[in-house]
Design a protein around this ligand. Structure first.
Ligand code: F6R
Length: 588
């Protein structure tokens, strides 16, 4: 959701900010804006639309000044209007602010500020921040102190960048429960919600802790704790590179990321044995065990649960992160919560983790973004090592999660080594060759209003994932469920020609799944089989290579991801930025 990019440099920053804005586009947004300071005045340009559209209309990159900030807004409080886009300035235009998060007490704050003569220009919760800090700055005459004092009055979540009209050399950042990262460059310093915003300029980063405030000048970074005491922290180097965030020769990031999976299943499999063992030991010893995550990551969590239950005989529940609170009765000292998250910033996941910790549980996480809030707040972390995922729909991060989850389960089972990753990588590469066949399916079924995905056992979460992917990219209604559930209601929706994808690898559940496929065919469904064994019940058959059963969800996901991607393109959607969705869901 909302993206923040700020820069203080020894050169004009507007072009740098525009480039940063483009790199955080994937987070999801509806409007953008930029503010710089030049000649003792703020220049602000902002409006509704994509970065390229607003740039064409308003020429944000022409704003003069060596310090500035830019923002992509995903509306929460106040409609999608030019006026509500960030930055927001205080009434005297002495302070400007951009913000990611929600100020929960903005209504009483706005009332109090209005009664003191402050005039508001937007309907946002964010604008109160500018007015509050303006008052504090008048009193304290110090940007850090004014921001610290101002933020103490706020309830809710925030990551913000603040600029002061009479201090063009300085930018202040502050955060609580929303990500804010400092980029330490040569002669330019950055503030951003995501390292991707500045990765082309520097790979040296400082992750701010909750309630810290940072002061940037072009050649210095100072961090202050909530009481104003300076904190010393060295930058760390991030492994991601600029080339990781280019589309290469692919039409979309999503397609590039789908095609990266022969490599990323290998990179995900390289984990520190000591960390894996610590993770496994915590699971083995847990008095109660939960897995929690949202969306696609939740599906990876369901797969992990399946193997822990069935093979390790460990009782575990996988609960969507937004609901974990409702299970708190089973959380206590000795409990372990395993959290899956690509971004490591999902608000629901962070809430779940907070709740778990409140009850004394330990948290172990499987995360893509090193240094993310989840990674830093966990007792143990395994990274996905699959590089940045820019497409809003999770693809390579899902298969990397399944790889890491399998490594953890193998460690729980006492297996010293997991192998077969080279063969898995080859199988994924082989499966990607189904692209042409998937396009044909898209051609045949793109006008169908509904799709169904069914499977049994370990493959059931993959059916749910296939449906989620298709919904979010193509906007076609889709449902994924265990095949055994069909006859308990959903079968009533099957008509002549309804496409139903049946995931059915060879193995003990193969015959039962085939029976379900027969039932579907008998009711007129067009059954699309995804399996390593062909059967005449399938009207269409997508062959996937036979792999170890624990890896089958990985190869089965590939045709489903391609189906969603090509359907999105066929429907003239933008597969990288599906409507209404954000990559990093940082609000509850
Ligand atoms: C679906 C998708 C979302 C995310 C969910 C959790 O393709 O991307 O469902 O999986 O928002 O995000 P993370 O994994 O970042 O916590």
């Amino acid at each position: 959701m909302c993206g923040i990019v700020g820069c203080v440099a020894e050169e004009p920053v507007a072009e740098i900010l525009l480039e940063g804005l483009k790199r955080v586009e994937y987070r999801g947004y509806d409007s953008v804006g930029m503010a710089t300071i030049s000649g003792g005045k703020f220049g602000v340009r902002k409006g509704v639309g994509r970065v390229a559209e607003v740039e064409e209309r308003l020429q944000m990159s022409r704003l003069p000044g060596d310090a500035g900030m830019a923002h992509s807004r995903w509306a929460t409080h106040g409609g999608v209007t030019d006026q509500n886009a960030h930055p927001h300035a205080s009434c005297r235009e002495s302070v400007a602010v951009i913000h990611n998060g929600i100020i929960e007490n903005y209504v009483p704050l706005k009332k109090a500020l209005s009664s003191r003569g402050h005039r508001f220009r937007s309907e946002t919760d964010t604008e109160v921040i500018a007015h509050i800090i303006e008052d504090e700055y008048k009193r304290l005459r110090d940007p850090v102190k004014a921001t610290l004092a101002g933020t103490k009055k706020l309830k809710g979540q925030y990551a913000m960048a603040v600029m002061f009209q009479d201090r063009p050399d300085v930018m202040i950042g502050a955060r609580k429960d929303a990500p804010l990262i400092v980029g330490v460059g040569d002669g330019k310093m950055f503030l951003a919600s995501d390292v991707l915003a500045f990765i082309g300029h520097t790979d040296r980063t400082i992750f701010l802790d909750n309630l810290e405030v940072v002061e940037l000048t072009k050649d210095r970074v100072r961090i202050f704790g909530p009481q104003g005491k300076e904190v010393r922290r060295k930058p760390t180097q991030v492994a991601w590179e600029l080339s990781d965030v280019s589309k290469s020769d692919f039409a979309h990031y999503t397609l590039k990321e789908i095609n990266e999976q022969p490599k990323t299943v290998l990179t995900a499999s390289v984990q520190d044995p000591a960390k894996l063992e610590a993770f496994a030991k915590a699971i083995r010893k847990a008095k109660s065990l939960y897995i929690t995550a949202s969306g696609t990551s939740y599906h990876a969590g369901l797969l992990m649960k399946f193997r822990l239950n069935k093979e390790a005989k460990i009782r575990v529940d996988t609960v969507v992160a937004g609901e974990l609170k409702e299970h708190a009765g089973f959380l206590g000292k000795g409990s372990v919560v395993v959290a899956f998250s690509q971004s490591g910033e999902t608000a629901d996941v962070m809430e779940a983790v907070k709740e778990a910790k409140k009850h004394g549980a330990r948290v172990f996480s499987i995360v893509n973004a090193a240094g993310s809030t989840l990674a830093r707040e966990s007792d143990g972390v395994l990274l996905l090592n699959c590089g940045p995922e820019v497409g809003v729909a999770a693809t390579k991060s899902f298969t990397a999660q399944v790889v890491v989850a399998n490594l953890v389960v193998d460690a729980v089972l006492g297996k010293r080594r997991s192998n077969g990753f080279k063969e898995l990588s080859e199988a994924v590469a082989e499966t990607l060759k189904c692209d042409e066949q998937i396009r044909d399916l898209v051609y045949e079924y793109s006008s169908r209003p509904d799709f169904y995905f069914v499977a049994r056992g370990y493959e059931s979460p993959v059916a749910m994932e296939g449906a989620l992917k298709l919904k979010e990219l193509s906007y076609i209604h889709a449902e994924g469920m265990p095949a055994s559930e069909l006859k308990h209601g959903t079968l009533a929706l099957i008509e002549k020609g309804t496409p139903v994808v049946v995931l059915n690898p060879s193995g003990s559940l193969h015959a039962d799944t085939l029976s379900n496929a027969e039932e579907l065919r008998a009711r007129g469904a067009d059954v699309i089989g995804v399996s390593d064994v062909k059967d005449e019940v399938y009207r269409h058959f997508v062959r996937v290579p036979k792999v170890q059963p624990k890896f089958a969800p990985i190869v089965e996901s590939i045709p489903l991801q391609l189906l969603a991607y090509h359907m999105s393109v066929a429907k003239r959607n933008d597969p990288d930025y599906p409507r209404n969705l954000a990559k990093s869901v940082t609000v509850k």
